[in-house]
Design a protein around this ligand. Structure first.
Ligand code: AMP
Length: 408
């Protein structure tokens, strides 16, 4: 608690955090909060789970004086993140501020009524812009603008919408911009909106001592069988299985269910309502313990208690690997990342181990029973056909000799 006081947070906020079990600042909070409270612009690089929400929310809860006008706006790429961030700000401010989340896919009239007298709006760019056009929202009094998961908003094609929304905010304001990665493109665009920012970069929060990373090298045709075997053998609580495409996520989910293992897929192809429902189910203590996801759908979601991350397909970008494994071994808990490698993953895997500071142990392939995987039907020119197994016509390179990959 003392640490939060030293960063400049008020006694009231420190007490609220204490009541929420938040006692010691995370790295991003330690580095950002003093500048945030000074009123500086921030260009922050950090991921979900790093505690970035409190880092930017500290400005909002300490500085905004409620007077029924929107004084702060937070833009997020997805509805789930908007809900998550608005819930956090509500809790941090102990109900002193009226915080309203605003996103598409829900009745706009009801939303307009809920927005009346809001101090803080947390929303997705499309719907926020919609309200600006209808003049049901004014940003003329905004003092603090937060752009959360900025890189993802750009990936999702929100660049122009974000620009238009920012044009509606006063020039004199504090801008806090957070992005999981800051590529040259992100950096270039970000600098249009922030002035002389303090740049803060926080490495992945993964505790490498608590996270075990392993890989199995299997023939393509045995990938699914090994997955089922491991899901049955490993003692897990919550599991996330990552696939490279929606189609693969759907195929893996369907086949797990066929094998009597309850799992749900979460990817961008699902309507947001459905995604929210699945997440709720996953959070509740019931039978659903396995989520099969794509990178885009999973980023930004705060899912606690994930014990196992499976890479069913290895990601093409090494940063995505770091994001994926960062879903487990959080907050001092242990976690395991299991990579299921077939020939098509070799190139991606070697990029990861060459670029990132990871330590991945080779595992002996256990005896596994072959389970045939059925691919979902898809439309082809000639009508419906089964999707070809993506392992077809692929030459198996020489299997690795069980080498451990180390790089520190
Ligand atoms: P975020 O990265 O902001 O999405 O935060 C991830 C989760 O960590 C949220 O559930 C927060 O309530 C929680 N959290 C944030 N800061 C801390 C902290 N300093 N100590 C413990 N938990 C925290």
């Amino acid at each position: 608690m003392e640490k939060f006081r030293e960063l400049g947070l008020s006694e009231e906020v420190v007490k609220t955090l204490h009541s929420m079990g938040i006692e010691t600042p995370s790295k991003i909070q330690e580095e950002a909060i003093p500048y945030v409270l000074e009123g500086r612009d921030i260009l922050g690089s950090s991921m979900t789970g790093s505690g970035k929400t409190l880092a930017f929310a500290s400005a909002i809860i300490e500085k905004i004086v409620p007077d029924k006008k929107v004084k702060a706006i937070v833009l997020t790429p997805t509805r789930e993140l908007a809900e998550q961030v608005s819930d956090s700000i509500k809790k941090f401010s102990k109900g002193n501020l009226k915080v309203v989340s605003v996103y598409g896919g829900v009745n706009i009239e009801t939303q307009i009524r809920r927005m009346s007298g809001a101090d803080v709006i947390v929303g997705t760019p499309g719907r926020v812009l919609d309200h600006l056009k209808r003049e049901t929202l004014s940003l003329k009094k905004v003092e603090i603008l937060v752009l959360d998961e900025f890189d993802r908003m750009l990936d999702m094609g929100f660049s122009r919408d974000v620009g238009r929304i920012i044009d509606e905010c006063p020039k004199k304001r504090q801008t806090l911009l957070f992005s999981a990665t800051i590529s040259p493109d992100v950096d270039h665009l970000a600098r249009k909106y922030i002035k002389n920012p303090v740049e803060i970069e926080v490495e992945s929060q993964v505790d490498h001592k608590k996270l075990e990373q392993v890989y199995y090298d299997v023939p393509d045709s045995m990938k699914f069988s090994l997955l089922v075997h491991l899901l049955k053998e490993e003692k897990s609580h919550l599991v996330m299985i990552f696939c490279s495409t929606r189609r693969n996520a759907d195929a893996v989910t369907m086949n797990l269910n066929r094998a009597g293992i309850p799992a749900k897929a979460i990817h961008g192809g699902l309507e947001q309502n459905k995604r929210m429902k699945i997440l709720e189910e996953f959070h509740k203590d019931n039978d659903l313990k396995i989520l099969v996801c794509t990178d885009v759908a999973a980023r930004g979601l705060d899912i606690k208690g994930v014990t196992h991350v499976y890479n069913y397909d290895l990601p093409a970008f090494s940063k995505d690997y770091i994001h994926r494994i960062g879903r487990t071994a959080r907050a001092g808990k242990e976690g395991k990342a299991i990579n299921i490698l077939a020939s098509r993953d070799y190139e991606n895997f070697s990029n990861i181990v060459n670029r990132e500071e990871v330590e991945v142990k080779a595992m002996e392939l256990p005896y596994i029973k072959k389970i045939d995987m059925i691919r979902p039907l898809r439309k082809s020119r000639g009508g419906l056909s089964r999707m070809g197994d993506h392992s077809r016509n692929r030459r198996m390179p020489q299997r690795s000799s069980g080498r451990n990959y180390h790089r520190r």
